[in-house]
Design a binder for this molecule. Structure first.
Ligand code: G6P
Length: 624
């Protein structure tokens, strides 16, 4: 978790760092801080709260103070999602070592920090924070003093003593022209400018400065220093092996893709982008004449895919719910037995690996630690690993054997919207791809689904045009304290995603549940103040869903029915009805997602919440 940014070059560092932190706030936003190297002295400023608190403080400094404190061409900065220690000024990064010579920012967790802390306390070190990062700062100081080595060597030796995950940036007053960067398990990207370097947890803070980037690999560290007015970059491993400067990637994201584009929130912008994002997800991949789907990234593994005997889908949060829908689609269309698991659980469970098994890891960010660890375990178990990932070049995208990108551009709001519909679509397309290659799906049937898939962007457009209706419903239901989201078959996963959207943005307690399961316990919660949104399109489950609606109404509950356009029957039974256009049953979750996203968004706005950055959350969770 957390976002880190660094700059070393010829410009004033602080505006670059603050802007960078704003871009990385999706990674955590409970405190932020900055450290600038200013003529062999550090200016450090840390504030509890969002990055705006830090930038307000800085902008309120008078000109003299800015000149005195903020001039510095080397700096590091951090936006935090608390793991060790509450959100506070003192727990915010950067952390200084005891003698004040070393400043560090860190994304990750040092697992053995307590035992190291004990040793350091015995040596006389004092700690101002509860963080694992401050322990690392002091460990580096201690190693440096005792081994009498340069800062990069001290960092390297110290990292050999720690277990856990990290992406760190370190600067030292004693070597004021140097920055040390190291990575294990948490992401870091180095932007290569003209005699300047931009470092960040992902490419979004870098893009406006340079398109050339280097991705450090796990166990590698980079040292940037100034020799004869020229900044040099060297890469080595934590075990001290020199690494050839790796391939420099060319970024393709546009800066406009990162801005709100006239919408009040990123979440709303991203909801409204879905016709386009679905189009981009399917672009160039549908071969209608052949009733087939093309995935360039999977070509190399055709043989293995043809022979697959079992699939496990892993993901967390929204990604796992997309997986639940994918499970139905893959089993139905390809005939491959499929199971969905939390990445976090798959990693630690001791289960036999089925013969010729594959793993599909779903992740918008491509950085979720729980999902990444599941891939590592699958690789140890000799499973074929596939990724459904949005962020190009992210850790998961690079870790899997083969992958499919969403191609939907950056998703910024913490609550996932356009990534979720794209994930479901890709899983259905993957199910078609597998079904066709294994002879489980006829050309005709496949063409029928693909034709309907091609209509999805236009159908989502229709739902978005009716967003005013959802806005009204939001006003009506904004005071609810509880909510059920119910559905069956494909829409069981959709119900869970609907509940997640509402709870994460509006802080209303919401449960997603299979509608048939309701009568086996949860129904006892129903009363006149407990609304249920029932996903009941006209499909193979419609009659059953209608009965579930009746069961809720018979107990005095409130029902919002989400059904197919033209179905008037539910008007007399449900309290409110939301319509989605007619489509194939397998595609209904994609359409059902959209009004549920809008409902969560508008209710959250009504309740005055910070929709794009809900409390306690972060978009990319790089800790276990
Ligand atoms: C976090 C986010 C969720 C997201 C989940 C998985 O918990 O708050 O919105 O669904 O991570 O993220 P990923 O990037 O792996 O899809």
């Amino acid at each position: 978790m957390c976002g880190i940014v660094g700059y070393i070059g010829k410009k004033e560092a602080w505006p670059i760092l603050i802007k960078g932190l704003e871009r990385l706030e999706y990674r955590g936003y409970d405190s932020a801080g900055i450290a600038l190297m200013n003529d062999r002295a550090f200016f450090v400023c840390k504030k509890k709260g969002k990055v705006v608190e830090l930038s307000k403080f800085i902008k309120n400094l008078n000109k003299e103070e800015i000149k005195k404190n903020l001039s510095g061409k080397i700096g590091i900065a951090h936006t935090r999602w608390a793991t060790h220690g509450i959100p506070s000024d003192s727990n915010a990064h950067p952390h200084l070592s005891n003698d004040g010579t070393i400043a560090i920012v860190h994304n990750g967790i040092i697992e053995n920090y307590l035992s190291i802390k004990k040793i350091l306390i015995n040596k006389g070190y004092k700690f101002k924070s509860d963080t694992d990062t401050e322990v690392l700062a002091n460990l580096i100081e201690d190693v440096k003093k005792h081994a009498k080595v340069s800062i990069d060597e001290a960092v390297r030796l110290a990292l050999n003593e720690v277990n856990g995950a990290y992406a760190i940036l370190v600067i030292s007053k004693e070597e004021p022209d140097t920055m040390v960067i190291a990575k294990l398990g948490s992401p870091v990207v180095i932007g290569v400018g003209k005699n300047e370097f931009f470092i960040a947890s992902d490419a979004t803070p870098i893009i406006e400065h340079t398109k050339k980037v280097i991705y450090l690999e796990d166990g590698e560290m980079a040292v940037i220093n100034n020799k004869n007015k020229k900044f040099n970059l060297k890469i080595k491993t934590i075990t001290d092996k020199t690494v050839k400067i790796p391939y420099i990637h060319q970024l393709k994201i546009k800066i406009e893709e990162l801005e709100k584009g006239g919408f009040p929130h990123f979440m709303l912008k991203e909801i409204f982008e879905q016709p386009e994002s679905l189009r981009n997800t399917m672009r160039g991949r549908i071969v209608l004449e052949k009733g087939n789907v093309k995935f360039g990234g999977l070509e190399k593994f055709k043989k293995e895919l043809e022979n697959l005997n079992h699939l496990t889908i892993v993901g967390m949060g929204t990604a796992r719910f997309a997986g639940l829908i994918g499970e139905y689609a893959i089993e139905e269309l390809s005939g491959i037995r499929t199971k969905v698991e939390y990445g976090s659980e798959f990693t630690y469970r001791d289960v036999a690996t089925p013969y010729r098994a594959g793993l599909i890891a779903i992740s918008q960010s491509g950085e979720t630690a729980d999902t990444l660890n599941a891939i590592k375990k699958a690789k140890r178990d000799k499973m074929l690993t596939l990724g459904v990932v949005n962020v190009i070049g992210s850790t998961i995208a690079r870790e899997v054997d083969a992958g499919i990108y969403n191609h939907i551009g950056p998703e910024t709001a913490v609550a996932s919207t356009k990534a979720s519909t794209s994930q479901v679509l890709l899983l259905i397309m993957l199910a078609i791809y597998l079904g066709r290659m294994r002879g489980n799906l006829s050309k005709n049937k496949s063409q029928e689904i693909l034709k309907e898939i091609e209509k999805l962007p236009a159908l989502v457009e229709i739902i978005l045009k009716n967003s005013k209706h959802i806005k009204q419903l939001a006003k009506k239901y904004k005071k609810s304290e509880n909510f059920f989201f119910l559905g069956r078959k494909y829409n069981t996963g959709a119900a869970m995603e609907g509940a997640l959207k509402l709870k994460e943005c509006s802080y209303i307690h919401a449960e997603g549940c299979n509608s048939a399961e309701l009568k086996h316990g949860p129904i006892s919660l129903i009363d006149k103040d407990f609304p249920s949104l029932v996903i009941a399109p006209i499909d193979s489950m419609y009659e059953k869903n209608k009965s579930h609606i009746q069961e809720i109404k018979a107990r005095g509950g409130i029902v919002i029915a989400l059904t197919t356009e033209g179905n008037k029957e539910l008007n007399n039974i449900a309290d409110d009805v939301i319509y989605i256009p007619k489509t194939l049953e397998i595609l209904t979750p994609i359409l059902a997602f959209v009004p549920m996203q809008l409902l969560a968004y508008y209710i959250s706005v009504e309740r005055g919440n910070d929709v794009d950055k809900p409390r306690n959350l972060a978009k990319s969770v790089t800790v276990e």
